[in-house]
Write a protein that binds this ligand. Sequence first.
Ligand SMILES: [Zn+2]
Length: 429
Amino acid sequence: MPDVFADLVGQDDAVDTLRRAAASAAAVLRHAAAVHAAATAGPVDDDLDALAAEVEAEAEDAGNPVDPGAGMTHAWIFTGPPGSGRSVAARAFAAALQCVRGTGCGECPGCHTTLAGTHADVRLVVPEGLSIGVGEMRALVLRAASTPSGGRWQVVIIEDADRLTEAAGNALLKAVEEPPPRTVFLLCAPSTHPDDISVTIRSRCRVVPLRQPPAAAVAEVLARRDGVAPDVAAWAAAAAQGHVGWARRLARDPEARQRRDAVLAVPRRLTGVGAAFDAASALIEAAEAEAAASVAEIDEAERAALQTALGAGGTGRGAAGAMRGAAGQLKDLEKRQKSRATRAQRDALDRALVDLAGFYRDAVTAALGAPVAPVHADTAALAEAGARKWHAEGALRRLEAVLECRAAIEANVKQRIAVEAMMLTLWKG
Ligand SMILES: [Zn+2]
C-alpha cells in the first residue's frame, strides 16, 4: 500500500525533509505524553530529563531518528511551479503529522481522514476568488488556536498563499509569530519572492522547494495510479510540461484534448491582421467557455443549498428582516461565485498560453538543433517548419511575446489588449 507521499511525483528531497520532520513531530508528541504520564503518576523530580532521553531513544529504535537540524517547526512554505504538487505536498505532510502509526502510512484513520479532507484538526483554505480576505483569515486563525481534538496537531493548509490580501497576511503573520503550541501552518506559493509572500511571513517559515517533476516521473504516476496506458501517459506528461494535474486531464478528458488542439492550431491560422484578431477572440472565448463549464455545477449546488436554507423563513413579525438578510446572503453568494468564475477563466487562459509557449519553445529548440524532446510531440513537425521560416531569432521573439502576454495579464492588463498584441507579434514576428 503506497504511503501518503506516493503521489508527490519526482520530489525525493522534499519527501525526505517532510518524513524527517514528521518523525520529529511524532517524537515531540511522545515526549509530551511521557511527561504527562510521569506528572500524573506521582511526584515530579529530576527524572524528567532522563525520561525525555528515554523517549528519544525509543523513537530511534522505532526507526524515527530525531535529527534536530531536520526537525519539526510550526510554519512551512511549499514553493514550486504550478502543477509541481505544492498542495499535494502540504496535504501529504498534514497526513503524516496526523498519522497514528508512523510518518504517513496511508492506511490509518489519521492518514485517511486527512487525505479525504474530513480530519477534524486539518483545515484547508482554497481561495476561490482572486484573493483571500481578512475575515476568512481571522476566523481561521482563531480556530487554529484551539486544542487539537485528536490530541496531535492543528494543521492549517493555505493553498495559494500568494493570493492573501495584505490585511489577511497581517492576520496570518500574528499567528505565525506567536503560534499556539500545537498548531502548524502549511502555506503554498509559487515562490518566496516578496510579490508572492511577505518577507516577514517568509522569515518565520521553513521553505520546502519543489521542482518541476520530470515527464517520466509524471507518466509513471499516471500509469500506476490512474491506470492510463503507458503510451498515452508518456504523451500527456510531455504535453503538460510537468504539470501533474493537467497531464491527468489530458490523458482522461477528451474535451481537454480538443481545447489543447485548438490552441495549438493558432500558429497555423495566423495569416493576417484579421486572422490575428480572430484568434485572440477565440482564445479568450474558449477560456470563458471552459471556465463556465467548470464552475456551473458547483454554482448551481450552492444556490440550491442556500435557497433551501432560506426557504425555512416563513411569515410573521421577523419575516421582513429575514428577507433582507436573505437578499444579503444571496448577494454574497453571487459575489463569491463571480469571483470564482473570474479566476477559473484566468486559469484557463493561462493554461492555453502555456501550451502556446510550449509550441514556440519547440520552434526555438528546433532552430538551434538542440537535442531535447519537444513539448508537443504532435505538433513537432509544424514547429520545425516554423523554425525554418523564422530562424532561432524569430522563434524566440514569438516565445517572448507569449511570456510577455502572461506577465501582462498577471499585472492586470486587460486580457483582450494583451492577447491581441501577442497575436500580432506571433503573426509578424
Ligand atoms: Zn497513518
